[in-house]
Write a protein that binds this ligand. Structure first.
Ligand code: AMP
Length: 213
């Protein structure tokens, strides 16, 4: 099964991806996570992506497409996979369709998570993340432990540069302009499963599982 998770930043895609991955035994491919790992490791790809990421802009399609193409060659994707944060532009979406149809396969479901903008801003600006294992906290609802060290792995708990106010605003604008059109693109193919993301993670998860059948 091939699933795409679509929706603005801060709608809970990462949280729900973990649940979908577990339930359907699919590899979770997050282009944002791959870029952050490359950034942390100081690879040439990470350095190329750094500025775009910090400003909340999209990394150029060419770089993203090379990365995804490479990742999809991994044999763990043979029985399907879950894409999170990709595609984000029409060029990415059409290239993905081409690559999949050349292998005689295609996307089964596009899960569209929707949350009002003001809720997104509150979620992202309060978000804190472990630099090593990716554990997520929120300053108001689930504050990280004092001292800035992750209790799971000892990594540094930090605020992503793109979770700062200015970058959040930019990410929402970029989403509307570049990624928004993908909704009608996938709607025309009958693939959109729209989910209300403005409820508890448990309820969102139940709604997604129901939609995926
Ligand atoms: P995310 O964690 O998915 O919000 O991604 C973090 C950042 O990585 C984004 O703001 C972009 O700068 C970059 N990025 C991740 N996925 C893509 C993509 N599919 N296309 C372009 N840029 C991306």
């Amino acid at each position: 099964m091939i699933i795409v998770l679509l929706g603005p930043p801060g709608t809970g895609k990462g949280t729900q991806a973990a649940a979908i991955k577990e339930r359907f035994s699919l590899p979770h491919i997050s282009t944002g996570d791959i870029f952050r790992k490359n950034l942390a490791d100081g690879t040439p790809l990470g350095l190329e992506a750094k500025g775009f990421m910090e400003r909340g802009e999209l990394v150029p399609d060419k770089l993203v497409l090379e990365l995804v193409e490479d990742r999809l060659k991994n044999p763990d994707t043979e029985k399907g996979f879950l894409l999170d944060g990709f595609p984000r532009t029409e060029v990415q979406a059409t290239q993905l369709d081409k690559a999949l149809s050349s292998q005689g396969t295609g996307i089964d479901h596009v899960v569209l998570l929707l949350v009002p903008d003001e809720v997104i801003v509150g979620r992202l600006s309060g978000r804190r993340v472990c630099k090593s294992c990716g554990h997520v906290w929120h300053m108001d609802f689930n504050p990280p432990p004092a001292g800035g060290t992750c209790p799971d792995c000892g990594g540094e708990v930090y605020q992503r540069a793109d979770d700062m106010a200015e970058a959040i605003e930019n990410r929402l604008l970029v989403y509307k302009k570049e990624t928004g059109p993908l909704i009608s693109y996938y709607e025309a193919k009958g693939l959109i499963r729209q989910i209300d993301g403005n409820q508890s993670p448990q309820l969102v998860q139940e709604a997604i599982f129901k939609a995926l059948g």
